[in-house]
Design a protein around this ligand. Sequence first.
Ligand SMILES: Cc1cc2nc3c(=O)[nH]c(=O)nc-3n(C[C@H](O)[C@H](O)[C@H](O)COP(=O)(O)OP(=O)(O)OC[C@H]3O[C@@H](n4cnc5c(N)ncnc54)[C@H](O)[C@@H]3O)c2cc1C
Ligand code: SF4
Length: 502
Amino acid sequence: MPDPNGFLRYERQLPARRPVAVRITDWREVYPPAGAELIREQATRCMDCGIPFCHDGCPLGNRIPDWNDLVRTGNWDAAVESLHATNNFPEFTGRLCPAPCEAACVLGLGGQQPVTIKQVEVEIADAAVARGGLNPRPVPASTGRSVAVVGSGPAGLAAAQQLARAGHAVTVYERDDAIGGLLRYGIPDFKLEKQHIDRRVAQLAAEGVQFRAGVNIGVDVTAEELRGRHDAVLLACGALQGRDTPETPGRPLRGVHQAMTHLVAANRVVAAAGDGRPAPAVLPDGTPIDAAGRHVVIIGGGDTAADCLGVAHRQGAAGVHQLDLYPEPPHGRDAERDPWPTWPWVLRNYPAHEEGGDRVFAVAVQEFVDDGTGQVKGVRIAEVTVERRDGRRVVTALPGSERELPADLVLLAIGFEGTEEQPLLAQFGVTRNARGAVDARPDWQTDADGVFVAGDMHRGASLIVWAIAEGRAAAAAIHSYLGGIGSLPAPVDPARQPLAAR
Ligand SMILES: Cc1cc2nc3c(=O)[nH]c(=O)nc-3n(C[C@H](O)[C@H](O)[C@H](O)COP(=O)(O)OP(=O)(O)OC[C@H]3O[C@@H](n4cnc5c(N)ncnc54)[C@H](O)[C@@H]3O)c2cc1C
Ligand code: SF4
């Protein structure tokens, strides 16, 4: 029986982040471990609700009250088991998830701070490493059926592990030189150190999953060849088509880039330095990857923008402005607009925001300014209002509000337009819908029989927790398509949406 008064005795508390002055001198993770006593107290705050809304917030259906109580009572091995029953990679979500489960925690209903679910999760996940919870679990008998997984992000890896553990022969194809999808070169080390991915890849390999990095399906291997080798194919290629702003004057200038062009290059430099390998110092247009001493302007307000901000600080930028089209969100939940337990629109302060930089809200770039040599030297911005008219977004600049910000490097982090147009799509006979995503039937198959889709490629740019949930569900569908015995867990169906007020 959980402690019914835990939340009255203990305040919500997270471990202190590493000091800013120290952490911006390296690429290590921002959060140190919480410590056993703090995490026991935090887990004790969970009320084990009769209707635990935290479950509804999480697409994985994580057994949150169960593992909170196991941590409270010091039953760590059982907590590791309970957590892994629904989530293949809790060390990824525990570190990186924005935690819709916490927004849905019942404590939030009574004006209390929610349970630190995500912190408890990461502590259990890290305890698993020490306690052998990551030991491989190979299955002795093979079904004789074979599956190709295209893309090695969290969706592809979760599906691969589920299918391998069900006895299927699984090969993961990845066009990058290393496994991990966006976790590998998209997300910087200060959010996720890469040994967490390496450990899981080793576990999956020991469970029989074959990895083929550096293989671009549709280019190096055709869809027909792949279908000839395997009984089923899962496409988990992500949603990496960056949104652009071609109509803004000065867009072709040197130094104006898609955020991912710079971010991936910067993360590759960190990876190469860790391995003692040389890495390019400039982007293809000659822009230095190191922003030291330069003025950086980041356009956009999401995860990608915040990651660019943290990178710019660590590279020693002279100054950083982060621009957002929309006004500054409220600092707390607006219950009229976003009633509990839905995901609220509030100002999100990432650790990178503590480290410096200026956030400028309700502005739009009018022009990227040329220094006379074809290199950007500034951005001209105007204050704006944004309205919806007939379902369309209308942005109006306020007359006389224009000003210029210095900029040697401009990063466009204004979202993604779905999965990339690439040869693989036509070869498999699948098409992008109006959102740039690939539709799935209720059984996760695309328009092509035996070809399944999951993760961002199906959902559009989303979250790791959704990618894992979709990977698990698509694996269950593939298992059944292959005539596998029994059934695998399927936490979501293709139509499932985040919790919303109806
Ligand atoms: C900068 C950034 C920061 C983020 N931060 C967070 C965060 O903090 N928390 C969070 O929850 N989410 C975050 N996200 C979102 C999260 O990373 C994605 O939702 C998640 O990675 C999607 O997983 P996926 O497996 O569907 O695809 P991806 O991780 O995108 O992996 C797809 C893989 O498919 C490969 N591929 C594509 N085409 C082919 C082909 N033809 N042949 C072989 N391989 C191919 C790609 O190279 C890629 O490795 C972030 C996203 C970005 C861009
Ligand atoms: S909603 Fe909050 S308090 Fe209730 S079971 Fe979930 S984590 Fe515990």
